[in-house]
Write a protein that binds this ligand. Structure first.
Ligand SMILES: Nc1ncnc2c1ncn2[C@@H]1O[C@H](COP(=O)(O)OP(=O)(O)OP(=O)(O)O)[C@@H](O)[C@H]1O
Ligand SMILES: [Mg+2]
Length: 387
């Protein structure tokens, strides 16, 4: 669908894991595959080419320092900040030393600030969506509640330099609530956003217009990635015990295992059990390695501690908001990891009601952002002054 040259109200979710673009409440397919999710990954290849999305993500184990992932965590973060320090400690990057105001990376493609990498990924997403920044009348973009005003300004500058004239940054739980609230009226709602790398939770008062956030919280290092790693470690140990073969001794093979485990985890939303071919992961593995089976019960067991941690944070936020679980009359799910059956069941147990998932959880932030972009009067109520 060619929608270039129209004047559009657009919503953008530049996620830690995936980037989504939406217009008038609908996610826009990004490229030929028809997928609405673009992995937020960029890689500088030895050939001099830059790749973005899935081909970049696949290079994380082959060429770590030149494969930039999870950049959202450090946009606008000075190298001396605790956010930047913990990122550097866990990611395999060479840090640039030119800029003191924002973390930068030395790659084979040159040195880039975090916001410059973000810009390249966002520009690519819009090119795939066939939407020119110049045709966008209003862009609403989700931001984590943890972003400081300085970091928001860095993101805003980056977006404006891409050619977007009118940009508004709105906190992600608000956008998720916008995506759901229009569909029904609620008194007290819980926004439960469990994505790839971050967990966010907020209590919403829906009796006011527009609704108000009573309390919010989260953990910037809690998400589906943790579940993938824990599952991969579980299967690795299981195989080591059974066959003596270690899929973890080669980092490229281990990364393949993590990737395949993630695919299997997603398949378990539809199937009781699934198989991962050990010899496909590691061509050097003996034939005895065979197929590794993964079922829902194992996934539930491995995911359980992470879900419990999210529920514990939720209790704290409810307490801050002075709202009891019984008073919550709707739970709005957001983030790809909320497709986990064990997570939904735990929410049913705790709140005595089924969480809402009538909006695609991987796209709620972009959908809410696009709905707000299309309604100037509602948008004004959330932004105060236009930027
Ligand atoms: N069916 C599924 N079952 C379990 N997890 C899933 C499923 N589908 C997607 N996920 C997980 O959802 C995560 C990605 O979610 P999402 O795209 O919402 O993240 P994000 O918004 O980019 O990240 P964040 O909110 O942390 O910044 C991945 O960890 C992925 O494995
Ligand atoms: Mg998200």
């Amino acid at each position: 669908m060619a929608i270039r040259h129209q004047t559009l109200a657009i919503g953008l979710d530049f996620g830690t894991t995936n980037t989504t673009v939406a217009s008038f409440g609908r996610p826009i397919p990004l490229g030929e595959t028809g997928s609405v999710l673009l992995p937020s990954a960029l890689a500088f290849l030895p050939s001099g080419t830059t790749v973005i999305g899935e081909p970049a993500r696949m290079r994380r184990a082959i060429d770590p320092p030149n494969t930039l992932l999870s950049i959202k965590r450090v946009i606008g973060a000075p190298p001396s900040s605790s956010v930047a320090k913990s990122f550097i400690a866990t990611m395999p990057y060479f840090v640039g030393d030119i800029h003191q105001d924002e973390l930068s990376f030395r790659t084979r493609g040159g040195a880039f600030r975090a916001s410059e990498i973000a810009k390249m990924i966002i520009a690519h997403a819009f090119a795939l969506a066939d939407v020119s920044p110049l045709s966008v009348s209003v862009l609403v973009v989700g931001v984590p509640t943890s972003y400081t005003p300085e970091r928001k300004q860095v993101l805003l500058n980056a977006l404006q330099s891409l050619g977007f004239a009118k940009v508004h940054l709105i906190e992600e739980p608000v956008l998720t609530a916008v995506a759901y609230v229009g569909r029904s009226s609620v008194r007290r709602a819980l926004v439960f956003d469990f994505g790839g790398g971050t967990f966010d939770v907020a209590v919403i008062d829906g009796t006011l217009h527009p609704f108000r956030v009573l309390a919010q919280g989260g953990d910037p290092y809690l998400g589906g990635n943790d579940i993938d790693l824990a599952l991969a470690m579980r299967l690795r140990e299981q195989l080591l015990r059974a066959t003596g073969w270690d899929l973890g001794s080669n980092p490229v093979v281990l990364d393949r295992l993590v990737h395949e485990v993630e695919q299997a985890k997603m398949q378990l939303a539809y199937e009781e059990s699934t198989l991962i071919q050990g010899t496909d992961l590691d061509p050097a593995a003996p034939i005895s390695v065979g197929a590794i089976s993964l079922d829902r019960a194992t996934l539930a067991e491995v995911a359980c501690p992470f879900v419990m941690r999210a529920l514990q944070i939720t209790e704290e936020v409810l307490e801050q908001a002075r709202v009891t679980p019984r008073e919550i009359d709707a739970i709005f799910l957001s983030g790809g990891s909320t497709r986990l059956a064990v997570l939904r069941e735990s929410l049913v147990q705790r709140f005595g009601k089924r969480p809402r998932h009538d909006v695609d959880p991987a796209c709620t932030v972009a959908i809410g952002a696009s709905l707000l972009a299309a309604r100037p009067e509602l948008l004004q109520a959330f932004v105060g002054s236009p930027s």
